[in-house]
Design a protein around this ligand. Structure first.
Ligand code: MG
Length: 158
């Protein structure tokens, strides 16, 4: 059996916060605001996996009201979603994702994000796509108010 899953995530950007995407610390004047480490890529992929399994959303499993997840490494959420996926007898086929961020240019960070994701998702790096787009100066992304990520995953039974 195959299952498809979709996830997205938005975090506000502010001065004085770290910007972490796909487990990579990005050099940036603006960082993402969140209860955890605000890794929007990790959150979107987690939501996509949960979505493929019809297990609800990331907030249902890792509430932003829960003190345990304050400043948490979001790869903990991702690893837990992978565990749930395996418990249900599925493995990942591939993931595709797009980061919407006005700046900086993410080109030199992408492969490290892919490597980090491939490791936690237990798939080859060739099966992990991370793309990046700007907001062309308009809307919340273009005005540097937010980072937005969309992700889609395909699972299959082992
Ligand atoms: Mg989030």
């Amino acid at each position: 059996m195959i299952r498809i899953g979709y996830g997205n995530d938005v975090h506000r950007l502010e001065v004085g916060r770290p910007l972490i995407l796909g487990g990579v610390r990005i050099e940036s004047d603006l960082g993402a605001v969140g209860h955890s480490d605000a890794d929007a890529l990790a959150h979107a992929v987690t939501d996509a996996i949960l979505g493929a399994l019809a297990l609800g959303d990331i907030g249902a499993h890792f509430s932003d009201k829960d003190a345990r997840w304050k400043n948490a490494d979001s790869f903990v959420f991702l690893a837990r979603a992978v565990e749930m996926m395996k418990e249900k007898g599925f493995a990942l086929v591939n993931i595709d994702s797009t980061i919407n961020l006005e700046k900086p240019n993410l080109r030199f960070y992408i492969d490290e994000m892919r490597k980090n994701l491939a490791e936690v998702l237990e798939i080859e790096i060739d099966s992990v796509s991370v793309k990046a787009k700007t907001g062309e100066g308009v809307d919340s992304v273009g005005e540097q108010k937010a980072v937005k990520v969309e992700a889609i995953v395909l699972l299959q039974t082992k």
